[in-house]
Design a protein around this ligand. Structure first.
Ligand SMILES: [Zn+2]
Length: 493
């Protein structure tokens, strides 16, 4: 009998190698092997899979001295357990797992039972509350709150339950929590409140609930970012619109002087940029580094944002603190699409920054051979020296990209967009119409462009003044006297 049991345990150990934690737990239940047996037979150091059970036991033992034998710290670190000590706590551990599972599934009945059986495991209760909040189980959460579980607990990253509710967008759970928590502006390890989390995830419902409950939506995190910054970063114009409707300033700067419109441009959030412009926000304002929103869009290759900004008044040649234009930044960061567009729109390719570098120098330094080629296609000068007395090719050599840059100079590597233009012009050249087609085309255009034929000459009739009928001997009659014209003038008048 003992042998049979041992083989069961060993088959479990064999199978668990390729399993996740939950699969192990299911297998443990179905194969009717106790966790203590597994731990006893498993090679030393491989018991981490069952550490949740073990840790749970330890926390209970600290609370209830008379029910549990006192465990030393070494026991939680993988040393051998005696079978009897674990069995004594198997029921408590199972209750914890049941509770957490029931809370996640929203099984209110089971939560009530498990909480009443397990009033000691604060860790288990906290886990259960986290699961109930994460899965939006309002009723299970209510049960846990009724049982006295603390709603102000913090989990990984210093997140409170309010943060967890906002991640999942569970409005009802959030409403319930806001009644019970002591601080609705509690922050996580980044200094962000629940409002930040709601804005980050675009959870408008949660944002409304928080605002109605009186949470402060304008607080800044440890980097000075407000919820507006996070909403702009992830392109949630609805959040910005809501905050705007509540009279909030959506243009506040963070610690680097960066405003939400800068963040939106940097992350390609076009809808938010449109909203900023509609709300009369200044899209040409500079941040702490002298970057405009256009600089950010060019640096991150967001062409749609860049076009929008330039169309609505952003200057292409504006310079940041180091004297760099939009083309400089696009070339330095390898934003080929934006660089090509800027150069096509007439940006200066040989403009020098405060260190004398042109966009060609910066493309060479960064090893962006496509941008480098694009600059050359648009008239980039390879002989301009910067403050270090280097030409772009020298710079490429210093940064270790001479081969690629030489290929770009020889057009062996081409900017994709320049190449498209080149191929289009080649195609058009090779598909020129022959003589007959050209004649047909010209006659067609002649037909459509010539004025309507009008052969009839306008006949100019000579209007001969009509002779008024005159009654002999009476002189000229008044024109409008029709009675006289038709019936004659009566005698004696
Ligand atoms: Zn190009």
């Amino acid at each position: 009998m003992e042998k049979k049991r041992l083989s069961k345990v060993q088959s479990f150990l064999e199978r668990e190698k390729t399993m996740t934690y939950h699969e192990k737990m299911t297998l443990l239940e179905t194969s009717r092997v106790s966790s203590s047996e597994v731990i006893d037979h498993r090679p030393f150091g491989l018991n981490s899979g069952l550490m949740v059970h073990v840790k749970a036991n330890v926390s209970f033992s600290n609370d209830v001295q008379d029910q549990a034998p006192v465990r030393t710290r070494t026991m939680t670190q993988g040393s051998k357990f005696t079978t009897s000590s674990l069995d004594a706590h198997a029921s408590v551990a199972d209750t914890t797992m049941d509770l957490v599972e029931a809370a996640a599934k929203g099984d209110t009945e089971m939560v009530r039972k498990a909480v009443s059986k397990n009033p000691y495991g604060s860790k288990g209760n906290d886990q259960a509350m986290q699961k109930a909040v994460q899965y939006g189980q309002t009723e299970a959460l209510q049960e846990l709150l009724n049982a006295g579980v603390d709603p102000d607990i913090k989990v990984q990253g210093g997140r409170t339950m309010l943060h967890e509710a906002c991640v999942g967008g569970h409005n009802e759970v959030l409403k319930l929590l806001l009644i019970h928590v002591t601080d609705m502006d509690a922050t996580n390890s980044l200094g962000q409140t629940a409002c930040h989390t709601a804005a980050y995830h675009g959870e408008l419902g949660c944002m409304k609930v928080l605002e109605e409950a009186g949470a402060d939506c304008s607080l800044q995190d440890s980097k000075g970012c407000s919820p507006c910054h996070l909403a702009a970063q992830h392109n949630h114009p609805s959040i910005l619109n809501f905050l705007l409707s509540k009279g909030m300033d959506i243009e506040g700067a963070d610690d680097n002087g960066r405003r939400p419109q800068h963040v939106a441009a940097r992350h390609g959030a076009l809808e938010c940029l449109v909203l900023f412009l509609q709300s009369d926000c200044d899209t040409t304002v500079e941040d702490g580094s002298g970057f405009t929103a256009g600089h950010h869009a060019a640096a991150k290759d967001h062409l749609d944002c860049l076009r929008f900004l330039v169309k609505h008044g952003s200057d292409k040649e504006v310079r940041e603190n180091h004297g760099r234009t939009l083309a400089h930044l696009a070339a330095a960061s390898g934003s080929m699409t934006c660089l090509h567009w800027l150069l096509e729109k007439g940006s200066d390719v040989n403009v020098q920054d405060k260190l004398g570098s042109t966009p060609v120098h910066l493309a060479a330094a960064g090893g962006h051979h496509l941008c480098f080629n694009c600059c050359l296609q648009h008239g980039g000068n390879l002989n301009i020296l910067n403050d270090k007395k280097e030409t772009p090719i020298d710079t490429a050599r210093r940064f270790g990209h001479p081969v690629k840059m030489n290929q770009a100079v020889n057009n062996e590597i081409r900017c994709t967009h320049c190449n498209d233009n080149y191929e289009l012009s080649c195609w058009e050249e090779s598909h020129q119409p022959n003589v007959v087609q050209r004649a047909i085309n010209s006659s067609k255009t002649a037909i459509f462009s010539s004025p309507m034929p009008n052969n009839k000459k306008k006949e100019t009739k000579k209007v001969t003044p009509r002779k008024e009928p005159t009654v002999p001997g009476r002189g000229k009659l008044p024109n409008r006297d029709l009675a006289v014209r038709y019936f004659g003038r009566e005698e004696g008048t």
